[in-house]
Ligand binder design. Structure first.
Ligand SMILES: C[S@@+](CC[C@H](N)C(=O)[O-])C[C@H]1O[C@@H](n2cnc3c(N)ncnc32)[C@H](O)[C@@H]1O
Length: 219
């Protein structure tokens, strides 16, 4: 979510959001422009860079802090060597730490769950479990979250993190392509109150229409 580059033991981090990419490009422009543009233009470029670079940290600072359990998932995700796991055949595709939704998105999801008073949630595309656990934290004690994930490596990593967390017992993981899981749920007449679709973006319309065939309860 942020343009800040955080070096840790795992793979290196690259900006992926439009804002993160803009910050990186402005940083390069400021550096290249040094000594070759007027002082006035340099001041304007630096102001543009500082404005863009300050936005994500400002939003982060204004957002409710994440729980220790969510911070542990984020730290574990950063420390994994995703490229190595893929080349060793441990993951079905190249996964990367940038896939994690993170602090601001996690707190926004928690807010939506609280606002809708959802009791049964679908998390489609779980990765290491950040969005699933963030939403589970806002569920009542008898709430239920089904997380759909196709990759067994991340599913077992997430299960390990959920089992150590305060709210992970509300989460069940379905390891299969999401469309398969959704079709089975629709056939079984399962109902849900809230869904977060964060996988299979190329087939998001099919995922959405299959999820929509599930009964979503009006609250
Ligand atoms: C962007 S990540 C999800 C991030 C997660 N929601 C979070 O907040 O941290 C997408 C995940 O979806 C999984 N995925 C991709 N295609 C899938 C499919 N067809 N069915 C289920 N999971 C899928 C990937 O393995 C990956 O772990």
């Amino acid at each position: 979510m942020t343009g800040t580059i955080d070096r840790v033991a795992g793979d290196s981090v690259r900006p992926i959001t439009p804002l993160g990419i803009l910050v990186e490009q402005l940083e390069a422009i400021v550096s290249e422009a040094k000594g070759s543009v007027s002082a006035d233009l340099m001041t304007k470029l630096q102001a543009a860079y500082q404005l863009a670079a300050g936005l994500d940290p400002y939003v982060e600072a204004c957002t409710t802090a994440e729980s220790e359990d969510l911070a542990a998932i984020a730290a574990r995700t950063r420390s994994e060597r995703w490229s190595q796991h893929f080349s060793d055949g441990e993951t079905v595709r190249q996964l990367e730490q940038e896939m994690l939704s993170g602090h601001v998105e996690g707190q926004a999801l928690k807010m939506f769950v609280s606002m809708t008073r959802a009791k049964r949630i679908l998390d489609i595309g779980m990765f290491t479990g950040y969005s699933a656990l963030a939403m589970a934290e806002a569920l009542p004690s008898d709430g239920y979250l089904l997380a759909c994930e196709v990759d067994s490596y991340v599913a077992s990593l997430a299960r390990e993190m959920f089992d150590r967390s305060l709210h992970g017992s509300k989460i069940e993981i379905a390891i299969a392509p999401a469309l398969e899981t959704l079709r089975k749920l629709a056939e079984a007449g399962e109902t849900f109150d809230f869904a977060f679709i964060d996988a299979d973006k190329k087939r998001v319309c099919a995922v959405f229409s299959t999820a929509a065939r599930l009964e979503f309860v009006d609250t």
